[in-house]
Design a protein around this ligand. Structure first.
Ligand code: SF4
Length: 316
């Protein structure tokens, strides 16, 4: 449907409040494919941006002939299934939870391939419940796309007494990745919709959704870095170098760069990188293109520039 499901990369849906809708969320990543706006559209819609609005607000706008764009789509809660057939839209979203009587929604999905299921769960074992709903659909031969949605309650206000513990932002990222990762590996994910009702910034929530998809190799939206943690064998200043390389290459979407401390284990551990930056001796670095060493023993202070020149020469 539209750009969801089939061979499309998984979409990202985001809930933005009125302030976030009008002032762009600061992000180095793409804008979410769909923005959910509750029951009111922003005064000015962005060109090409797709919006999701509550079905009753959608019906009201459509009845008055005031739907401002064909990029506005309705979302229906489960009890509103009977209204799906009477609303005209090339894509419709339906919120579903495992446990809803299957006769209620399977017939609807069969007759309405334009419906995208938004699969939610409040169960302790969300993964199993969300998986079970998709299995119900598969057994019934229903092929509507499925977006997995999840609300989290992490907040950065909680005091973090132990600096070694993950921050609440990190806890949110870990929880979302753990919940969504298995569904992605199952091949069930046509989209992600992460929400947070704490005070984690909307930018962090959206970046997390894109990053989870990138980590699962389902959608590449930024440069990928593969790095070792460093150990006694590390022969140069690994942390500073990682920061310098990240800064210099952050716009190279989809490129994988390995940054490894030593030549003993580094080349093997970054085997799927496009380029590698590997410690070769005290303050000396070797550069790799894929698995092939192309420059040896460059002085550490010149090596980042050599890496950038290598990528540039390859017209990446
Ligand atoms: S790649 Fe080399 S430097 Fe990095 S952690 Fe492994 S052994 Fe240590």
């Amino acid at each position: 449907m539209e750009n969801i499901g089939g061979k499309n990369v998984p979409v990202v849906i985001a809930t933005r409040n009125a302030v976030e809708q009008s002032s762009d969320v600061v992000s180095t990543l793409p804008t979410p494919d769909y923005i959910y706006v509750n029951d009111a559209l922003p005064a000015k819609l962005k060109d090409g941006q797709k919006y999701i609005i509550d079905y009753n607000a959608y019906i009201e706008l459509a009845a008055k002939g005031e739907l401002p764009s064909e990029n506005v789509f309705p979302i229906f809660p489960t009890p509103a299934i009977p209204f799906i057939g009477i609303v005209k839209s090339k894509v419709k979203f339906l919120v579903l939870k495992y446990g809803t009587p299957s006769e209620e929604f399977l017939a609807c999905l069969k007759y309405h391939p334009e419906v995208v299921v938004v699969c939610v769960s409040s169960h302790q074992n969300k993964l199993a419940e969300q998986r079970a709903l998709v299995h119900q659909m598969m057994i019934a031969g229903v092929e509507n796309p499925v977006v997995f949605a999840q609300m989290y309650r992490f907040s950065t206000d909680e005091s973090n007494e132990n600096a070694n513990e993950p921050s609440t932002k990190e806890q949110f990222q870990l929880a979302a990745a753990a919940d969504m990762g298995a569904l992605m590996i199952d091949g069930l994910t046509d989209g992600l919709w992460l929400m947070n009702n704490g005070n984690i910034s909307q930018d962090d929530v959206e970046q997390t959704a894109f990053s989870i998809l990138q980590a699962g190799r389902l959608r590449m939206v930024k440069t990928e870095y593969i790095s070792c943690p460093g150990c006694g064998r590390t022969l140069y200043d690994l942390r500073t170098t990682i920061a310098r390389i990240k800064e210099a290459t952050k716009g190279m979407t989809g490129l994988k760069i390995g940054i490894m401390g030593c030549i003993v284990n580094g080349p093997g551990e970054m085997a799927d990188a496009d380029y590698g930056y590997v410690g070769a001796g005290p303050k000396k670095v070797s550069l790799y293109r894929k698995k092939v060493c192309v420059e040896k023993n460059i002085p550490e202070e010149d090596a980042v520039e050599h890496l950038l020149a290598l990528i540039k020469n390859d017209q990446k």
